[in-house]
Design a protein around this ligand. Structure first.
Ligand SMILES: *[C@@H]1O[C@H](CO)[C@@H](O)[C@H](O)[C@H]1NC(C)=O
Ligand SMILES: *[C@@H]1O[C@H](CO)[C@@H](O)[C@H](O)[C@H]1NC(C)=O
Ligand SMILES: *[C@@H]1O[C@H](CO)[C@@H](O)[C@H](O)[C@H]1NC(C)=O
Ligand SMILES: *[C@@H]1O[C@H](CO)[C@@H](O)[C@H](O)[C@H]1NC(C)=O
Ligand SMILES: *[C@@H]1O[C@H](CO)[C@@H](O)[C@H](O)[C@H]1NC(C)=O
Ligand SMILES: CC(=O)N[C@H]1CO[C@H](CO)[C@@H](O)[C@@H]1O
Length: 648
């Protein structure tokens, strides 16, 4: 015998589920002001080739096995090779050798195709490069498309020699390219080099970069003119798109990319600071080299500019390849963490605080949250994590008692017992939509008494309910995430911070999907997934207090949470994880509510996604009229996510 549920009968007859909620305007718990943030590591070329502003690839031949990736020769009679005999610095040890055959004339040189294309927009570009070898005369820098169209060109005069590297920089404006696969090139007069070679290194190309748009966390001066952006900054188009979701924190620099394939190849904070030509880069943990031009100070600046709290992950002794450092062998690494914290927080009278000042930042940074490692319950890390965590906790807490320290796992068997008061734990979920809905009440009965907050540092709906891989987030998956987020927000007295992961991808260079949003080198390609828009809706409608709600039905398929902003705005967030529309009425126990409420709705067919260039699902706003006693009534389509905002 087959039992037919009431919900199924409703959907069979096309009738809507009906839900009436009554939101209490008193009582409730304070919500975490940091609940919605972002998690970033260089994965899917989200850093180099992604949000970092530098557009030329393989510019310092970083990583394990550098070759001529992204380069090609320009003109006949030219041969390119990777040279090791003329190091630019102790960090950048290889360069590009451009050999010109005897008798060659005309303009020759080399091109760089960027990260599968250079984005060429109507913008101002800054171009930096190093050159070694005897040359006196004109060098031309150009941005051009596969059709041969030149969008920007700038000729400068240089005077270089073979005894030392010379550095040049210039800026120029470009017109808009609508072609894919644009490239950058540098050319010079072949007749002056024929029979010899020139060496080039660390070519860098930046569009106007991102700078802060709204009130920064602490006061600082913009280091470059406000209309120009930051030196070695972020891509303005990408960062501005991301800024829409108003994230409250940035968890960085990983993720797996913190850990290293071995302890020796972990992310090392002190190799990501200072002049870019003194940063060696490393072989990242996602199969490609990292330049580390997006380094520790750039991450901190990103936090300042986007008004985010940094959540800095420090290396805990665990590497991905199973190399684990524990016991007394960990001591130098614990000291290295203290050095890193002194670099960020120390006065300029300290060794590392003074180093920070030499790199242009006198004021200590603002930092409150650090995470010890990443997923230390995995990669055979569980057995030693309690002792590794304790060693790091004791050293850091003794010196910086105000720092909130996060353990990288919530698995009790890997953690010290008891966990020190005030420590947060990190939980990650990569699950199906049904599993997210099943975890709606994960935090309802989490103990409050021990003062241990929760970070949900990574979560995303990565498969369908049938287990198939999800490459593009779709409405059902994003609705499942929304149900889980409602569960977190209902408990945000204890769930302090949560971040979807991964954040961002270069669509054509991704090893992990789905991501919250993405880009490729084609104009207009930045695309937010359906999950991006859920994050946007939840993050930009935040209450300070989570309010009690009574209802005439149980949770499912409709889920809800209500909150109020101290200024007098009330929010109801809802997700309809069902195949039929739901009619919802939201009443409020108080008086003085406006008759017009704003409804923001995200909806679309169950398995529909946004693709680059084909965006069908974005939040739509409309006005709903009602009153607090009669309620505000609206419909949420199947798999829809809604936020109602009413002022009182
Ligand atoms: C070679 O170039 C370097 C860097 O521009 C410069 O400092 C140096 O004086 C030059 N040497 C000669 C002999 O011109
Ligand atoms: C970075 O720190 C490590 C460990 O303290 C040290 O061995 C290394 O020399 C430092 N590297 C640089 C570039 O300062
Ligand atoms: C380890 O922790 C992660 C993150 O919280 C969790 O998703 C995973 O299930 C845990 N793995 C094991 C083997 O327990
Ligand atoms: C980039 O994305 C666009 C759609 O926005 C697509 O047409 C193009 O093929 C993709 N790849 C490249 C290399 O541009
Ligand atoms: C406030 O937190 C308590 C747990 O401490 C919980 O039982 C209660 O449901 C919460 N109230 C709201 C409105 O979320
Ligand atoms: C197009 C491209 O660069 N694809 C790369 C994506 O990342 C994987 C794993 O890192 C590489 O193997 C691919 O070459």
């Amino acid at each position: 015998m087959v039992r037919v549920s009431a919900a199924l009968i409703c959907s069979l007859f096309g009738a809507a589920n009906a839900v009436t909620l009554t939101v209490s305007t008193t009582g409730g718990n304070a919500s975490s002001p940091l609940l919605y943030g972002i998690m970033f590591e260089d994965i899917n070329n989200s850093g180099d080739g992604g949000i970092h502003g530098q557009l030329l690839r393989n510019n310092g031949f970083q990583g394990n096995s550098p070759d001529l990736t992204a380069y090609s020769s320009v003109g006949s009679g030219v041969t390119l090779s990777v040279d090791t005999a003329n190091p630019l610095s102790t960090a950048i040890t290889r360069s590009l050798k451009v050999t010109v055959a005897s008798g060659t004339t005309g303009q020759v040189g080399f091109a760089n195709a960027g990260y599968l294309g250079v984005p060429v927009n109507a913008d101002t570009y800054a171009n930096y490069f190093w050159v070694k070898g005897t040359y006196s005369g004109a060098v031309t820098l150009s941005l051009y498309g596969p059709s041969g169209t030149v969008y920007a060109t700038k000729t400068i005069t240089i005077n270089s020699n073979s005894s030392a590297w010379s550095y040049y920089e210039t800026t120029y404006t470009s017109t808009q390219s609508y072609e894919s696969n644009n490239a950058w090139k540098l050319t010079f007069d072949a007749s002056k080099v024929a029979g010899s070679a020139l060496y080039f290194d660390l070519v860098q190309l930046f569009p106007v970069t991102y700078h802060q748009r709204y009130a920064p966390l602490n006061t600082h001066t913009i280091d470059v003119a406000a209309n120009w952006g930051r030196y070695n900054g972020l891509r303005n188009d990408v960062a501005t798109y991301l800024e829409q979701i108003k994230p409250s924190f940035l968890r960085f620099p990983g993720g797996n990319n913190l850990e290293g394939a071995t302890p020796a190849t972990r992310w090392k904070w002190n190799e990501t600071i200072g002049p870019v030509h003194m940063r060696p880069g490393r072989q990242g943990d996602w199969g490609y080299p990292n330049t580390d031009a997006l380094g520790l100070m750039e991450y901190m600046q990103w936090c300042i500019d986007m008004s985010m709290e940094p959540l800095l992950a420090v290396w805990s002794g665990l590497s991905l390849g199973g190399g684990i450092i524990s016991g007394t062998a960990l001591t130098p690494y614990v000291n290295d963490i203290l050095n890193e914290l002194e670099f960020l927080l120390g006065a300029t009278t300290t060794t590392y605080g003074a180093l920070r000042a030499t790199y242009g930042r006198t004021d200590p940074y603002s930092l409150t949250y650090i995470e010890v490692g990443n997923e230390d319950n995995l990669s055979s890390g569980c057995a030693t994590y309690a002792s590794r965590f304790t060693a790091i906790y004791n050293a850091v807490h003794a010196k910086y008692p105000d720092l909130v320290i996060v353990a990288s796992t919530s698995q009790a068997s890997c953690l010290p017992s008891p966990l020190p008061t005030g420590v947060y734990t990190d939980t990650h979920h990569y699950s199906s939509p049904d599993q997210f809905v099943g975890m709606f009440n994960e935090w309802d009965n989490y103990p409050r008494s021990n003062g241990n907050g929760v970070l949900v540092g990574e979560y995303a709906s990565t498969t369908g309910n049938d287990g198939s891989a999800t490459y593009w987030s779709n409405m059902q998956g994003s609705c499942g995430e929304a149900v889980y987020m409602i569960g977190m927000e209902r408990n945000s007295d204890v769930v302090k911070m949560a971040s979807f992961a991964p954040l961002f991808e270069h669509y054509d260079m991704a090893e992990w999907s789905p991501d919250l949003f993405g880009v490729n080198s084609t104009v207009g390609s930045i695309t937010g997934s359906t999950s991006f828009w859920v994050q946007y809706m939840f993050s930009t409608h935040r209450g300070t207090t989570i309010l009690p709600v009574t209802s005439d039905t149980n949770f499912g398929p409709v889920y809800w949470v209500a909150s109020s902003q101290s200024g007098g705005t009330y929010y109801a967030k809802l997700a309809n994880y069902g195949s039929a529309a739901a009619s919802v009425t939201v009443k409020f126990s108080g008086t003085g509510f406006s008759t017009a409420a704003q409804l923001t709705l995200l909806s679309g067919p169950q398995l529909t996604a946004n693709y680059p260039g084909i965006v069908s699902i974005t939040p739509q706003t409309s006005t709903v009229t009602g009153s607090s006693s009669a309620g505000y009534t609206f419909s949420i389509p199947a798999w829809g996510v809604a936020v109602l905002a009413v002022t009182a």
